[in-house]
Each structure stands twice: as C-alpha cells, then as structure tokens.
Write a protein that binds this ligand. Sequence first.
Ligand SMILES: *Cc1c(COP(=O)(O)O)cnc(C)c1O
Length: 441
Amino acid sequence: MSAHANNDWVARSLASVWHPCTQMQHHESIPMVSLSQGRGAWLMDHAGHRYIDGISSWWVNLFGHANPRINHAIKAQLDQLEHAMLAGFTHEPVVELSEQLSALTDGVLGHCFYASDGASAVEIALKMSFHAWANQGLPQKQEFIYLQGGYHGETVGALAVTDVPLFRQAYGAMLQPAHVVATPDARNAKEGETTADVARHAALDVRRVLEQRAEHIAAIIIEPLVQCAGGMIMHDPVYMQTLRALCDEFNVHLIADEIAVGCGRTGTFFASEQSGVWPDFLCLSKGISGGYLPLSLVMTRKEIYQAFYHSDITRAFLHSHSYTGNPLACRAALATLAIFKEDDVLAQNRVRGDKIEAALEDLKHHPRSKNFRRCGMIFAFDAQPNEQAGFARRYFAQGLQQQILLRPIGNTVYLMPPYIINDEEINCLATGAIKALEASC
Ligand SMILES: *Cc1c(COP(=O)(O)O)cnc(C)c1O
C-alpha cells in the first residue's frame, strides 16, 4: 500500500466520519491514521507503517488483534446463530457466559443482565439500584454518590456520576444532580502517611454524606483500584473494603464499575477481589469480549434479583437493548475466558508486568516524569512539559513517529498494553515512550 492510499482514506474519513472524543479541527495539524490490519500487539496502516498498540485500543484488546482462538470461536458461532432477541429466548453462549462469570464470584453475583456498551451497563446498575429500593418499599432512595475523578461513561445518566470537567461542561444542565466525594488518590499521601491512611480518610467524606442523607441515597459508584479516564488515579484496596462496611451500615448499594479495571487489568480477574469484598452490582465491558465486539453486562446478587421477582409486570426490570446478549459477542467473551484459564494469564501477567516495569526504569527516573505508578498491567506517570497546552496531542503524534500508540490523558502518560506483548515489543514500547516524552516536552 502507498502513502497515497493512506491519504485518500484519511481525506475521505475527515469528510464523512465524525470521530469520537475529538475536536475535528485539530486534525488540520495532528495525524489521522488509516488502519488496514491488526496482528497481535501491532496495528498496520495503509502507508505501510506499524504501531505497537500500547493502550490496547482504548483498553479493550486483551489478547492481541486477530487472535486465532477468538477468531475461530466467532467464525464457528457465525454458522450457528448470529443473533436473536433475548426476551423470550435464550441460547448456549449467553447461558455459559453467565454461569462462568457467576462462578468467578463464587456465585455471589449470580445474575447477569446484558447490554452492548459500558455506559449502558452503568445506566442499568443505576436504574436497578433505584428500582430495587422502590420495590422494597424505599422509593425515597433516589440519589447517587460518585467520586472526584470518577468516570462512568458519557450517556446522560452515566455522565451525571462522572467527574471529568471537560466531558461535563457542555451538558451540565442536562444532568441529574448527585453527590460528589473525595478521591482516595494515593498521590495525596503526606509525609508518613500510607495509601491506606489516604483511603480511610477519603472514606470519611462518604460517611459524612451518608450520615446526612442515607435515607435518600440509592448507591455509591466507584472504579475499584484505578480511576482510569480520570488520569490513572490509583488507590488502596482498603478504600473499597471501607465503603463495603459503610454501605452495609447505612443500607446503600455499592456499584463497582469494573469496565476498565476488570478482566485481569489490575492483576486479579476482578479488581474487587483485592479488597476481599463483593459489590452489589458489578459492571463489565471493554476487555470482556477480548476487544472484538460490543458487549457489556451487570452482575448482581440474589437479593436484588428477588426484589424484582413478582407477578406484577411493573415490578420487573423494564430495560432492554436490541442487541442484548448477542451470541457472537458472548462467544468472543467465552473464548476470552478460556484463554485466561488455558494460559494461566494472571500468573503470566505478573512476570510480564514486572518486565514492563523494569523496561520503564529510565522513564520512572526521567526529569520530565513524576509520580510513576503501577497497578497490575496499568503503568502511568505524570509528564512535566514546559508547555502544558496540547501536550497529549504532541505526545500522541511523537509516539506514532516511534511506531507506538500511546494517547495521554492530559499530562498523564499511561501504558495499558495487551497481555500478549513480548519482550522485544516491550522494549520498543519503553524506548519509544521515552523518546516521545523528550520530543514533546
Ligand atoms: C470506558 C468506561 C465506561 C464507558 O464504556 P463505553 O463502552 O465507552 O460506553 C464506563 N466506565 C468506565 C470505568 C470506563 O472506563
């Protein structure tokens, strides 16, 4: 393929496709890449360049592009049943997936409700919590608590519990008010304080709100261990443990949004496992289909399910999406879970993660980098550029020159590579990351 072909696709895209999370005018100066193929950790463009996918294509791709095992599973399902409605019907892939996920929580979160994207899973958890309380005779429990720096998606309900000012600004007037509480950000630890101290301290802010308003509060929503879109803000597992106790004390639901941190990203399959407690609702999406197809789900407890189980239709959870429980997406998810088991991925990632951290040693101590942090297979640092404005875009463009795809959030540069990245690719990524930093600061 030629550079000409590449330019042609880019021009046509800019004329017809409205790209997400983008000021389209910025593409007058920053490159748009037209992809032709993906293989393993690499993405290839029409001009013949290749890039290591250092952020797993927005955190979804766990086992590489064009993974033979996932490809095979989807192809086989395609000849059986591509899709059917899930109301009144069921099928093998959705049953098996629900059973396997439930087993991963030892049956505690034994009921799975499906949707197609992460924001919808968050909407479902919020609505389910709200409606479960009403069904249990507590209709005044209608409010939600969310965290500073929290991100739960960009539909109107999910955005109402999201604290990313840039995403909220324009739509503030459309959003239902909710209570925002302190972030347990481990970087806030003062001299002599542990990250657990910071977490306990932040949880006091939750206690304060609950003491005032618990009878009106349905749930608190968190991203366990890492507030990802907020800038890879990491916190101690004690935080979720403390919240679980508070939620039990004040009769409030705990929603764990594991859309980004689930599926092994933090080192355990579910991030909640590191706190040793289960939430009342757990949202999954992104990695669950291996990065292949849109799929999301909410797992919940028997007691919540029972609150809807009744002869009266109005007490049912009345929520649906056309592609609920899509068989192809469920097959991709089953193939993903099979790889976790067959390859002992969590154990392998401990070794791989240590190698990545070692390869990032120079970055960690670089004068332009601060607050290097890691949680499982998430690595991040805060860049210290001379010129703050436009740093993320400059870094992205410089990264492409180094054959790597990294897309900082503000000044936070992070790596969230797929779980199949090999030693050579790790070194390319680490070397490229430092060169891009020096070129964009
Ligand atoms: C990405 C993300 C979402 C939203 O998922 P979409 O599929 O993009 O709608 C929600 N919560 C968290 C924590 C996420 O990282």
